[in-house]
Design a protein around this ligand. Sequence first.
Ligand code: PLP
Ligand code: COI
Length: 363
Amino acid sequence: MIETKAPVHSERFSVNKTTESRLSNIDYNNLRFGDVFADHMFELRYANGKWDEGRVLPYGPIQVMPSSNILHYGQGAFEGMKAFTAKDGNIHIFRIPEHYQRFNNSCKRMNIPSVPYDVFHDAIVQLVDLDRNWVPKDELKSLYLRPFIFATEEFLGLKTSTTYRFMVITGPVGNYYREGINPVKLTTMPDYVRAVKGGVGNAKVPGNYAASLYPAHQAMQQGYAQVLWLDALERKYIEEVGAMNIFFVIDDTIITSELTGTILPGITRKTVLELTRHWGLNVEERLISIDELIKANKEGRLTEAFGSGTAAVISPVGLIHHKGETITLDQERMGPVAERLYNTITGIHHGRIEDEFGWCTVV
Ligand code: PLP
Ligand code: COI
């Protein structure tokens, strides 16, 4: 018998309810990632050194001035989280405190005032509760939550904005990759870099993603799902993938790139490390070069590669290309470590497996 926490609710913020729900128009059998949005959104405004009281509104267009800082200099940050329908009918939101912590770090790096934890938490809980009928029931789907913040001051000089908007939008999603949970193909792009030490690689901010689009487009045209980024200095050490962190299994040891300041500290990465250490497996966070990986593969010691991310969950990697060399792994299915992680993490999401670490907020 799995013990569940008592559900939390919030009615802290005023609600302007939509007059016409769009829910019945949504084809839940053919959900992709990120193109459908639930009925409501949350908004909180910052001016004169303080946040206002916040409100829930119908999802829809917003007004910003064309001179807003975010549109020119990109002063903003965002998060990606998920809510799931659990076996008992409650809704589980995964790891709110960890996502808040990273959001706060991203804001700090962008010189954006911090949103109080209780506001972030209560806004998400109230929004998910209000649109709870939008949370897919199907185990392979979820409600994606996107908290984001942006600078709104009307001023074209380069300086920190004095006004901001924090918002949360949500939407039901299916698999992130076209491949579903089948292995994806990656390629390095040694002519491009994602982040440098001292930059903003470890913050979840718009510019990192904008700068990745051109190389990612080229990778896609060559038949790869995403870019496997190498470090900017030596173009040698493996960092992460476009929308996920990366893990390898070599000689029964699970290896992931250490957080050098240029990699996004993934919440799913943290979850994978905590679970595998809890299971007593050998785990290493260290520098790993693409040459070491190619060598391990040639020697038959590389048995698995997989990515971790909120959108991607656990995604097996079936092939990695680097400068004419190709590492080919199982193209058909997940390896045993990835599969155990996938089953455990999705089991906790959906309340099939006890949440012994207290990762889920029950709504
Ligand atoms: N790395 C990048 C660049 C990402 O965009 C993401 C997704 O958020 C991740 C890694 C994985 O992070 P998380 O597990 O917190 O979603
Ligand atoms: C997530 O996994 O939540 C992300 O933010 C990745 C994004 C590029 C979809």
